[in-house]
Ligand binder design. Structure first.
Ligand code: PEP
Length: 256
């Protein structure tokens, strides 16, 4: 099975939650709770203001740190933005790009997503590229069209060698933060389709190695069935990543 070629990954997306004081408490609970998970990668994607303390507190542990966005310019007059080099120097290893909340509320397009992906990869960051259809698009039966377009445009001009640092998160927008989870079959169908889209462009050897996550109300109860699917290599977890216990249960399911 090709799944054996891929190391599972569980990434928490804290969104705009946790002040530095609160972040310290949560990280202090997460680190010991997941310390024995040797068979999967663990990432916490925290708000910019919590990144430095997260890097410090996870030093020499199995927990890695990610940001939730990055600007595409190397530096300059972009008030309020953060560059890839800034993240890299801080010790951040991952960055979420193109989350549906960024697309929906902050005018992110496939073109700006692609610019961010390339800037992050050039700086040596690992990218978690989010794709997914909204409810109307699913009802209109154009899910594949949407995720194919987002995947292709998000990865435009990204070389094959760089794919080792690209993780795709399939996140149906209707399942994010709603408590409505895609069934394991629905999630698998789209994740395997995304792998085929990547294979068309980069070949099957490369596509077989790409980590594809499911995200959308994954929790301690439904994680096992989702993670058992052939093309689902892990999860991007919002709400449940804010509770150390729930997050560690999901990690242990991925680690099993
Ligand atoms: C997310 O923010 O990427 C996410 C999947 O959120 P939730 O798990 O809360 O649906």
């Amino acid at each position: 099975m090709n799944k054996a070629l891929r190391r599972p990954l569980i990434a928490g997306n804290w969104k705009m939650n946790k002040t530095p004081t609160e972040a310290k408490e949560l990280i202090a609970d997460i680190v010991p709770a997941v310390k024995d998970a040797d068979n999967c990668d663990i990432v916490i994607c925290v708000p910019f203001i919590d990144l430095a303390l997260a890097v410090d507190m996870t030093y020499q542990t199995n927990v890695k740190v990610g940001a939730q966005n990055v600007h595409f310019a190397p530096n300059g007059a972009y008030t309020g933005e953060i560059s890839a080099a800034m993240l890299k120097e801080l010790g951040v290893e991952y960055v979420i790009i193109g989350h549906s909340e960024r697309r929906q509320y902050f005018g992110e397009t496939d073109e700006t997503v692609n610019l961010r992906v390339r800037a992050a990869l050039d700086a040596g960051l690992k990218v978690i590229l989010c794709v997914g259809e909204n409810k109307d698009e699913r009802l209109a039966n154009i899910t594949n069209e949407i995720v194919s377009k987002q995947t292709k445009l998000g990865l435009a001009d990204v070389a094959t060698e760089a794919l080792a640092n690209v993780i795709i998160a399939y996140e149906p927008v209707w399942a994010i933060g709603t408590g409505l989870t895609a069934t394991p079959e629905q999630a698998e169908e789209v994740c395997s389709f995304i792998r085929r889209v990547i294979a068309e462009k980069y070949g099957t050897d490369t596509a077989d190695k790409v980590i594809i996550l499911y995200g959308g109300s994954m929790n301690a109860v439904n994680a096992r069935d989702l993670l058992a699917k052939e093309d689902i290599d892990g999860g991007l977890i919002g709400g449940a990543s804010l509770k150390a216990k729930d997050f560690s249960v999901i990690v242990s399911e991925a680690n099993a």
